[in-house]
Write a protein that binds this ligand. Structure first.
Ligand SMILES: *[C@@H]1O[C@H](CO)[C@@H](O)[C@H](O)[C@H]1NC(C)=O
Ligand SMILES: *[C@@H]1O[C@H](CO)[C@@H](O)[C@H](O)[C@H]1NC(C)=O
Ligand SMILES: *[C@@H]1O[C@H](CO)[C@@H](O)[C@H](O)[C@H]1NC(C)=O
Ligand SMILES: *[C@@H]1O[C@H](CO)[C@@H](O)[C@H](O)[C@H]1NC(C)=O
Ligand SMILES: *[C@@H]1O[C@H](CO)[C@@H](O)[C@H](O)[C@H]1NC(C)=O
Ligand SMILES: *[C@@H]1O[C@H](CO)[C@@H](O)[C@H](O)[C@H]1NC(C)=O
Length: 310
C-alpha cells in the first residue's frame, strides 16, 4: 500500500509539472484555527450575506481567438473595456481570471451560516450577455469547491455551472508559505475523483513594473457571475476598502505559475501557465444571489453596490 501511495505521488508530481512541497494536514488533536481574519462587515449589512475571500487572483492571458471559440458565440466580448484597464496587455490576448480562494466567516448579521470552504474558479470576464456593448459579466462554467460544502455545490448547479467536489491543500487555509520566512505561496486542489492535483498555484511577490493595476482586479472581480444567464446572476460585491484589504493587509502583486487540468480552464489540454501576474489578497464581500441578469444592466463592477437597479 505504501509503495502504491508513493508511486502515485511521483506520478502526480511529474504530470502536474509543478512540484509542490505540500502535505495533507497531519491528523492532530489541536483545535482548528483559521489563519484568516474575521469578517469585518458581518454586522454592517445585517440583512445580507457577507463573508471574506482570502487567496490569489491571477490574470492568465490566452489567445483572443481561443477565448472567442470558448465563449458561446451569442455573447459579445467587451474587448475595449479590458484593454482600457490593462495598459500593455497584448492586443491579441484575452484576460482569463483564475482565483484560488478560501471563503471564510460567511454568514448573516454576524452569525456564521456555512463552514469555511475553498474554491478554484476559472472565470471569463467582460462577457456582454445582454449585448448592450457596456455591461460586463463573468462567465464561470466549472468551479472546484470543497467536497463537504453541499450547500455551495447545489447553488453552483442551480446557476447552471458545474461544481467539481474537491479536496484542497492546505485545507481550510488560503495558501501555504513554501518555507518559514519564505514569501512564496502555494495552494492545490484536486477533484475527489482524481488521484492527482487538478489545479496548483505557486506565486511570489512581484514589485517591479509590469504587474496589472489593482483597478483591473477590482473591476473584473466585481462583475456579476453567471453559469447560464437564464438561471440568474450572482452579484458578489467585493469591498476593497476594509481593514482586510488596506494598510498592512493591502493586496500584494505576485507572479507565478498555474497548472490546470483539462477541462477546467476550457483549454483542450492540461496546461501550465508560467509567469502570470496576480494579487494575493483578503477581501470582504456581500453577496446577492439569483438576481435576474437583466437587472444588473449597466453595472460596471463599481463595487459600490448601488450601480444597479435591483
Ligand atoms: C490570509 O490567509 C493567509 C494564509 O492562511 C494568512 O497568512 C493571512 O494572514 C490571511 N490574511 C488575513 C488578512 O487574515
Ligand atoms: C442583527 O443582530 C443584532 C444583535 O447583534 C440585532 O440587534 C439585530 O436586530 C439583528 N438585525 C437583523 C436584521 O436581524
Ligand atoms: C441587500 O439585500 C437586499 C435584498 O435582500 C437588496 O435589496 C440590497 O440591495 C442588498 N444590499 C446591497 C448593499 O447590495
Ligand atoms: C465527492 O464529493 C461529493 C459531494 O460531497 C460526494 O457526493 C461524492 O461521494 C464524493 N466522491 C468521492 C469519490 O469521494
Ligand atoms: C470598469 O471598466 C469599465 C471599462 O473600462 C468602465 O466602463 C467602468 O467604469 C469600470 N469601473 C470601475 C469601477 O472602474
Ligand atoms: C466600501 O466599499 C463598498 C463596496 O464597494 C461601498 O459600498 C462602501 O460605500 C465603501 N465604504 C466606504 C466607507 O467607502
Amino acid at each position: 500500500m505504501a509503495v502504491i501511495k508513493s508511486l502515485v505521488l511521483i506520478l502526480c508530481v511529474v504530470t502536474s509539472t509543478l512540484a509542490t512541497p505540500l502535505e495533507f494536514r497531519a491528523t492532530t488533536t489541536a483545535p482548528f484555527v483559521s489563519e484568516s481574519s474575521p469578517n469585518p462587515i458581518g454586522k454592517l449589512y445585517p440583512g445580507n450575506i457577507t463573508g471574506t475571500l482570502n487567496g490569489t487572483i491571477a490574470v492568465v492571458p490566452i489567445p483572443y481567438k481561443l477565448a472567442r471559440k470558448i465563449i458561446p458565440s451569442q455573447w459579445g466580448i467587451l474587448t475595449k473595456a479590458y484593454q482600457q484597464l490593462l495598459p500593455g496587455f497584448p492586443k491579441d490576448s484575452y484576460p482569463l481570471i483564475v482565483k484560488s480562494l478560501l471563503d471564510h466567516d460567511v454568514g448573516l448579521n454576524g452569525t456564521q451560516l456555512i463552514p469555511d470552504f475553498q474554491t478554484v474558479r476559472v472565470n471569463f470576464p467582460f462577457v456582454d450577455i445582454l449585448n448592450d456593448g457596456y455591461s460586463s459579466f463573468q462567465w464561470g462554467k466549472y468551479l472546484l469547491i470543497t467536497e463537504s460544502n453541499e450547500i455551495g455545490i447545489d447553488a453552483i448547479r442551480e446557476y447552471g455551472s458545474i461544481p467539481v467536489p474537491s479536496l484542497f491543500k492546505p485545507d481550510f487555509q488560503a495558501y501555504k508559505y513554501a518555507r518559514p520566512r519564505s514569501k512564496t505561496i502555494y495552494a492545490e486542489a484536486r477533484a475527489n475523483t482524481s488521484a492527482c492535483a487538478d489545479a496548483t498555484t505557486k506565486f511570489s511577490p512581484f514589485n517591479r513594473h509590469g504587474a496589472w493595476p489593482l483597478s483591473f482586479y477590482i473591476n473584473a472581480t466585481n462583475q456579476p457571475v453567471f453559469g447560464d444567464p437564464a438561471k440568474g446572476c450572482d452579484n458578489q460585491i467585493l469591498f476593497y476598502n476594509t481593514t482586510l484589504t488596506t494598510g498592512k493587509n493591502a493586496p500584494v502583486h505576485v507572479r507565478g505559475d498555474i497548472f490546470i487540468k483539462a477541462p477546467y480552464a476550457h483549454v483542450p489540454n492540461d496546461r501550465t501557465f508560467r509567469n502570470v501576474f496576480g494579487i494575493k489578497v483578503d477581501v470582504a464581500f456581500l453577496e446577492n444571489n439569483y438576481y435576474e441578469c437583466e437587472t444588473l444592466k449597466g453595472y460596471h463592477g463599481t463595487g459600490s453596490g448601488d450601480g444597479y437597479v435591483a
